[in-house]
Design a protein around this ligand. Structure first.
Ligand SMILES: Cc1cc2nc3c(=O)[nH]c(=O)nc-3n(C[C@H](O)[C@H](O)[C@H](O)COP(=O)(O)OP(=O)(O)OC[C@H]3O[C@@H](n4cnc5c(N)ncnc54)[C@H](O)[C@@H]3O)c2cc1C
Length: 382
């Protein structure tokens, strides 16, 4: 399937951005290798929603059918504030997990002839020789590097923003899954200084929750830190009783800190391009981090093919297309935090009235989800 004989593109990181990039390139007959630090596909991560802007691209990459078979779909999400149901929204969203998306992308990439090399922790890129060196001392000559190594991106810190470290966003997160509550609803609950979403992640209706709380004390940015039912119940004690069953019933409770980085002006330097969380980590209030990773990866892959492997032009147009969108969504995600976490009763009442009686939530959602990355590519090439 892969026809290109030039040196492969190195994709550092086998998360959503890296694997989508691998599939997008392989579909165009462009050779790449995914270098992943872990010894196997990372099985951690929370429930994840994928909205229409990214679903359309997964369909174009022929991975949507499989993902849909193994995920949950509903056309409504119930929004509650305390005991009150304030509205229902009907976005085109797929409910799944980060693990499921990466598993299906990895399978598709391998089928298309892609290669994933595990246990390859990026160490250094010799820009003159275009040689990548890993902590295990293996070396590879490559044509270009896609930095898809997530929020703690070594590539970003070495070649883009020296000495910059990810900073605590002021929010910690909880997640858990239960097989005990077979309900087919997706719900968002607002509470004071916190919010919680809960939805099925597959056709068996295994149900996840993700709860976010405002906090002065930062937890580590790790998918692996376990917590207890007592702690999570304590963190959400001011919530309406209806959320307690999911908190009590969930197994494998994890908690972690949410970190961010400032927006960049440029997503590339010579021979290295940033994608996904390495480029624009964002707080998860709009559920768009993974969707932006998919848009980035699709855009880079399609541009490179259309521009006949001209990396310099691809980088320029990729930057032009992506920078405004990702930076604005990064900023908007943070603003939504304030709205989701209101505690003043007057402001809570005003928010709930707007949610209930105005078209603002639907219009805002449409603006985000109706974006067509494939059209943006052709518009910017002509
Ligand atoms: C609580 C929470 C809920 C979320 N909900 C949603 C949602 O509903 N919808 C949505 O779209 N997004 C959501 N997101 C965001 C989404 O999970 C991320 O934006 C997305 O996973 C980013 O993908 P990525 O591939 O860029 O980075 P990552 O998923 O972090 O992958 C990076 C990969 O690079 C590897 N790596 C790191 N360093 C190296 C190295 N030195 N060498 C080699 N490999 C390396 C890592 O092991 C990892 O596999 C949520 C995030 C959080 C925290």
């Amino acid at each position: 399937m892969i026809r290109n004989s030039i040196k492969p593109i190195a994709i550092i990181g086998g998360g959503i951005s890296g694997l989508t990039a691998g599939v997008a390139l392989a579909k165009q007959g462009i050779d790449s290798i995914v270098f992943e630090r872990d010894e196997a596909l990372n099985k951690n991560g929370s429930g994840t929603t994928i909205s229409k802007n990214a679903l359309d691209l997964l369909e174009r990459l022929d991975v949507l059918d499989q993902l849909q078979k193994e995920s949950f779909k509903t056309d409504k999400i119930i929004i509650k504030s305390g005991k009150d149901k304030i509205t229902e929204l009907s976005p085109n969203i797929l409910y799944t997990t980060r693990q499921k998306i990466t598993e299906i992308l990895a399978e598709s990439y391998i089928k298309l002839g892609g290669q994933i090399l595990y246990g390859h922790n990026f160490k250094f890129f010799n820009e003159d020789k275009k040689e990548l060196v890993f902590e295990n001392e293996s070396k590879y000559l490559v044509s270009h590097v896609l930095a898809c190594d997530g929020i703690n991106s070594k590539l970003r810190e070495k070649y883009f923003t020296k000495n910059e470290k990810a900073i605590f966003s002021g929010f910690n997160a909880w997640r858990g899954v239960t097989k005990e509550m077979k309900m087919d609803s997706a719900e968002m609950h607002y509470g004071p200084n916190a919010h919680l979403v809960t939805y099925p992640i597959n056709k068996s209706l295994d149900r996840c929750f993700i709860g976010i709380i405002k906090s002065k004390n930062n937890l580590d940015e790790s998918w692996m830190q376990k917590g207890s039912a007592n702690e999570v119940l304590n963190d959400f004690e001011s919530f309406d009783d209806s959320v307690f069953p999911i908190l009590k019933n969930s197994t494998d409770l994890y908690k972690w800190g949410i970190y961010i980085r400032p927006p960049l002006k440029k997503l590339f330097v010579e021979n290295i391009t940033l994608l996904g969380d390495a480029a624009h980590p964002m707080v998860p209030f709009l559920g768009q981090g993974g969707c932006m990773a998919i848009e980035d990866a699709y855009t880079f892959g399609m541009l490179l093919k259309t521009l006949n492997n001209d990396f310099a032009r691809t980088q320029l147009i990729y930057n032009k297309i992506r920078i405004k969108r990702v930076n604005s969504i990064q900023k908007l995600s943070m603003r939504i935090a304030t709205i989701n976490h209101l505690s003043n009763p007057v402001l809570v009442g005003s928010r709930n009235m707007i949610m209930k009686y105005s078209k603002i939530p639907q219009l805002a959602q449409r603006k985000l989800h109706d974006h067509k990355a494939h059209e943006a590519i052709y518009k910017n090439l002509n």
